[in-house]
Design a binder for this molecule. Structure first.
Ligand SMILES: Cc1cc2nc3c(=O)[nH]c(=O)nc-3n(C[C@H](O)[C@H](O)[C@H](O)COP(=O)(O)OP(=O)(O)OC[C@H]3O[C@@H](n4cnc5c(N)ncnc54)[C@H](O)[C@@H]3O)c2cc1C
Length: 326
């Protein structure tokens, strides 16, 4: 029996998992799944910010298994035919921001302008300077830029908030994409992909795209993407594209027995793209909010939630605050 922990003090995800599940199950099973969402290191990730339900289950139920069971929804029968529980937007995710932009009055949005400075005359409106020479007055400013950019922009008008935001680091990752020759898709198991034990392979996870999101255009080809890098694994990215692709291809060949040469291979690098919620993250957010003067707001993946649904929720909440001048 592992006694439940009543304290609400934040700990790392690793500390909680190892205490409840032991080292073996944590490192082989649970850590790769949870860490993958943030491209993070469970020894650094905050349980309260990244996976608050785990802390809650331990505090209230004294068991992660009991919590997971209570949350589990009964498996529904899916209709027969080529179907997948993983949804995305037909035609590509880029259609989401495009549709939002189209729904606005023409002229509401400015594209292709980089904000280079945020200033303020005493008690007057904020001034937003862009790289194309504009200097726009604003009663309220929502900085939805990556944390490193927001920290730079806030340095003059909210130096304490800038300093705290600068402490939120972001990990770098890359995606290696492979299209294998005709006839290879049947070699892939009927599964969406896999995650790996930290450090076991030069990739952290793989998605069997042709199984997860089958498309007519793929025909009988296996289409697979592999994730490389992450917090503490950035050394995997200090190599040429060809070297990364080659080691990812070898890793996939080992796991999937996909030994055919891919017809196409591409590497997409995502430097500093995955914000890391280190232990104490929620406390830091509270301090950031307190240090922001009225009319200034921050939003984005660096603060409350790593995924697109979090962004949608947050956008509504921040817009409400701007209207309420909260
Ligand atoms: C490889 C990868 C895979 C992912 N997969 C998923 C997934 O499957 N599901 C999911 O839900 N989420 C996923 N995410 C997370 C998701 O992409 C993020 O949650 C989301 O993009 C974060 O939105 P954001 O608005 O905070 O930041 P961003 O989308 O990075 O937007 C920040 C914007 O600020 C702009 N900007 C930067 N500097 C300036 C400046 N000075 N002036 C003006 N504009 C500026 C940038 O051009 C950019 O448009 C993934 C992320 C990565 C990196």
């Amino acid at each position: 029996m592992v006694p439940r922990r009543h304290s609400e003090r934040d700990t790392s995800v690793a500390a909680l998992l190892r205490r409840r599940l032991g080292r073996g199950a944590t490192e082989a099973l649970v850590a790769p799944l949870l860490a993958g969402i943030y491209a993070g290191d469970i020894d650094r990730l905050s349980v309260e910010a990244a996976f608050p339900e785990l802390a809650l289950w331990e505090r209230e139920l004294g068991s992660l298994r009991a919590g997971a069971r209570a949350k589990a929804v009964p498996v529904r029968r899916v209709p027969a035919g080529p179907t997948t529980p993983f949804a995305t937007i037909r035609g590509g995710l880029h259609r989401l921001p495009a549709a939002l932009a189209e729904a606005l009055e023409p002229g509401t949005l400015r594209f292709g302008a980089t904000v280079v400075k945020l200033g303020r005359e005493e008690r007057g409106p904020y001034r937003v300077a862009t790289d194309d020479g504009d200097d726009l007055p604003a009663d309220a400013v929502v900085l939805a830029t990556p944390a490193s950019v927001s920290a730079e922009l806030l340095a003059e008008v909210a130096p304490r908030a800038a300093e705290l935001i600068r402490q939120i680091s972001a990990a770098s990752t890359a995606i290696a994409l492979f299209v294998y020759p005709k006839g290879t898709n049947r070699r892939l198991p009927e599964a969406a992909g896999f995650v790996t034990r930290r450090g076991a392979l030069p990739i952290t996870a793989a998605t069997a795209i042709s199984k997860k999101w089958p498309r007519q255009a793929f025909g009988s080809r296996a289409v697979v993407r592999a994730y490389v890098g992450g917090d503490g694994l950035e050394h995997e990215l200090d190599r040429s594209d060809d070297e990364i692709l080659s080691s990812a291809r070898d890793a996939l060949a080992g796991v999937y027995r996909l030994t055919a040469e891919p017809e196409h291979a591409a590497l997409v690098r995502w430097p500093g793209s995955m914000p890391q919620y280190a232990v104490g993250h929620l406390e830091r957010l509270g301090a950031i909010e307190a240090a922001l003067p009225p009319g200034l707001y921050v939003a984005g993946g660096a603060y409350r939630g790593a995924g697109i649904p979090d962004r949608v929720r947050e956008a509504g909440a921040v817009a409400d605050r701007v209207v309420r001048q909260d």
